[in-house]
Design a protein around this ligand. Structure first.
Ligand SMILES: CC(C)(COP(=O)(O)OP(=O)(O)OC[C@H]1O[C@@H](n2cnc3c(N)ncnc32)[C@H](O)[C@@H]1OP(=O)(O)O)[C@@H](O)C(=O)NCCC(=O)NCCS
Length: 172
């Protein structure tokens, strides 16, 4: 299976916040933003894996700045690392007003997607990722630790087997 570059699956999605996307105080509802993040991340993962994908987990999501009705958001989704049947996708969200002013990063999260066979039943092997830039390499390296952490937290890995995390904590 041929390895793929980050740019091969990079996905950019834009939405304008409409009144029915808002919470009772007029800001974008967090759940709606998470839905768009999941969609952008899923499109990105699907392109990398060339397969149907499902969301297996989402790491910590925090909402740094409110996004208002009429604002325009841009979601950038990139694969940071491919494992065996799963990929980690980093989704960053930027908000601006309709004129493109007051641009700010409003939040970000790491998603894990699992590729499925055409019957949408069994996980299948995914293509490896080739990180090229320094930033891509940094995200690639740290993805192994994040994977261990989420597997430990979800009860799928024993803490004593999280070797990359242990090394990281020992060094910092
Ligand atoms: C994700 C899913 C396919 C994993 O199935 P499974 O039988 O546990 O499969 P496996 O044990 O072979 O794991 C498959 C991959 O998922 C990863 N995975 C499973 N649970 C995970 C979790 N909570 N966090 C991160 N990765 C996870 C495994 O590490 C493995 O990755 P790898 O092959 O790259 O090492 C299955 O749990 C599922 O279908 N979940 C529902 C998905 C869904 O419907 N999402 C939408 C939300 S409503």
């Amino acid at each position: 299976m041929k390895e793929k570059k980050v740019v091969d699956s990079k996905t950019i999605m834009t939405e304008m916040i409409m009144p029915n996307d808002a919470n009772p105080i007029g800001n974008l509802m967090g759940g709606n933003l998470m839905r768009w993040m999941d969609i952008a991340g899923g499109i990105c993962a699907g392109k990398h894996c060339e397969a149907h994908v499902v969301t297996a987990s989402v790491d910590h999501v925090s909402f740094q700045n409110p996004i208002h009705v009429g604002d325009v958001i841009t979601l950038d989704a990139t694969v940071t690392r491919a494992f065996n049947t799963s990929v980690e996708v980093y989704v960053e969200v930027f908000a601006a007003d309709v004129k493109g002013h007051k641009s700010r990063r409003s939040n970000h999260a790491y998603f894990t997607f699992v590729a499925l066979d055409d019957e949408k039943k069994k996980p299948i092997k995914v293509p490896a990722l080739l990180p090229l830039t320094r930033e891509e390499q940094t995200l690639y390296e740290s993805a192994a630790r994040r994977r261990e952490l989420r597997l430990v937290l979800s009860g799928r890995m024993k803490p004593e087997n999280a070797s990359k995390l242990k090394t990281f904590f020992a060094e910092h």
